[in-house]
Design a protein around this ligand. Structure first.
Ligand code: GLA
Length: 378
């Protein structure tokens, strides 16, 4: 009798242990980062509520599925240095702490960008453009202060964002107008001096366009020939249902990798909404007025559209997996549909469905599809 009850207790313990192991297994099967291990890092852009921990459901999902993070806004220059010499690192510090605590690959985004930069950066006290020397000094001070603060903690920096237009010419930003093309080299030089070990990237949108692809390759080769350390090219990846084509995207992945740097998909999202104009790229400066016909799915996505978006995402992930030897990281630009900037750009107040998790923090079928696809490749 005694022996029997021992036997019963032992087999009960084994059953519990096995069930626990299987639950653990199931959990890892459901994790993007586990499925993609050995292929590429999978990242997400974090908003302020996630960084501060207010969005507890979001934080849980981020820890479960992602092993890299990018700050959606809190490291842009208008936030970090709203007034000359007055830095505000409140959110950025919490962001970096979160990444370190959770053992993530931490991206700093973005040091030099014409947009979301404070107005004072380019003008003197009379509102006139500053001289070349002054702007270089301001760039240097901003980059040194920010990069040195997170030295050895931020793993890679988007040093320059969006310096090239879609036609391949240099964007006529204030940086370009006042300093000239050389501002790009200088930005990389300062960042390297501030943290010699951090990876340094160039990041831009519409990178699948031929003119832009060629111009970026030329620029990167030019920087390399001047001895500049550049470790990666970020292809933002703000997609529509018909842009870019898989074919053009693939050509850019191959061409960028050909320069010897790592390729990253840095800001992936997919709008299913109608385009308000023929010239919509991913220029944040674009804005169109709200019209009802531009917001066709305020109460939910028809199955056929959801399926088409799923299939498009699946095809792109298949392409990324095919080139996993060239791609270091794929970062999704936000966690849930309700949190995406796409709901307000380029038309404010719409309901879009661009991400991998829905408005209720539920994974869409694409999450399982990516996991299966990743696991099917050895
Ligand atoms: C660009 C920037 C990002 C972000 C998006 C819009 O792609 O690189 O930081 O501002 O626009 O959210």
């Amino acid at each position: 009798m005694k022996l029997k009850s021992h036997y019963f207790v032992i087999s009960l313990l084994i059953t519990i242990l096995l069930a626990d192991c299987m639950a653990g297994e199931r959990k890892s099967e459901n994790s993007l980062k586990d499925a993609l291990k050995g292929k590429f890092l999978i990242g997400v852009a974090m908003n302020a509520n996630q960084i501060t921990g207010k969005d507890t459901a979001g934080v849980r999902l981020i820890k479960q599925h992602f092993n890299s993070i990018t700050p959606e806004n809190c490291m842009k220059s208008e936030i970090l240095q709203p007034e000359e010499g007055k830095f505000d690192f409140t959110l950025a510090d919490q962001y970096v702490d979160f990444g370190q605590k959770n053992n993530m690959f931490i991206v700093g985004h973005t040091l030099i960008w014409h947009s979301q930069a404070p107005k004072w950066f380019f003008v003197d006290k009379d509102g006139k453009d500053v001289s070349r020397d002054v702007l270089i000094e301001r760039m240097k001070n901003h980059i040194y202060t920010v990069v040195e603060r997170y030295k050895g903690r931020v793993n890679g920096w988007d040093v320059v964002n969006e310096a090239i237009e879609d036609d391949g010419s240099f964007r006529k930003s204030k940086f370009y107008q006042i300093i000239g093309e050389d501002y790009i080299r200088l930005a990389f030089k300062f960042a390297h001096e501030a943290d010699p070990k951090a990876e340094l990237y160039y990041n831009d949108y519409s990178m699948s366009k031929k003119e832009k692809r060629d111009a970026v390759v030329k620029m990167v080769k030019n920087l390399q020939s001047q001895g500049v350390k550049i470790d990666g090219i970020g292809m933002q990846g703000h997609m529509t249902m018909d842009f870019p084509t898989l074919d053009e995207e693939e050509k850019s992945i191959v061409a960028f990798s050909g320069t010897g740097v790592k390729v990253m998909i840095t800001e992936l999202d997919l709008t299913v909404l109608p385009s308000p104009g023929s010239k919509v790229s991913a220029d944040v400066a674009l804005s169109y007025e709200y019209q009802k016909q531009l917001n066709p799915y305020p109460d939910g996505l028809p199955d056929s559209v959801a399926q088409a978006a799923h299939d498009r995402y699946a095809a792109f992930f298949k392409l990324f997996l095919k080139h996993a030897d060239k791609i270091k990281r794929v970062t999704i630009w936000g966690l849930t549909d309700g949190q995406s900037w796409r709901n307000n750009w380029p038309v404010p107040g719409r309901t879009d469905y661009p991400l991998l998790f829905d408005r209720n923090y539920q994974p869409k079928p694409i999450v399982e599809t990516i996991i299966k696809e990743a696991k099917s490749i050895k």
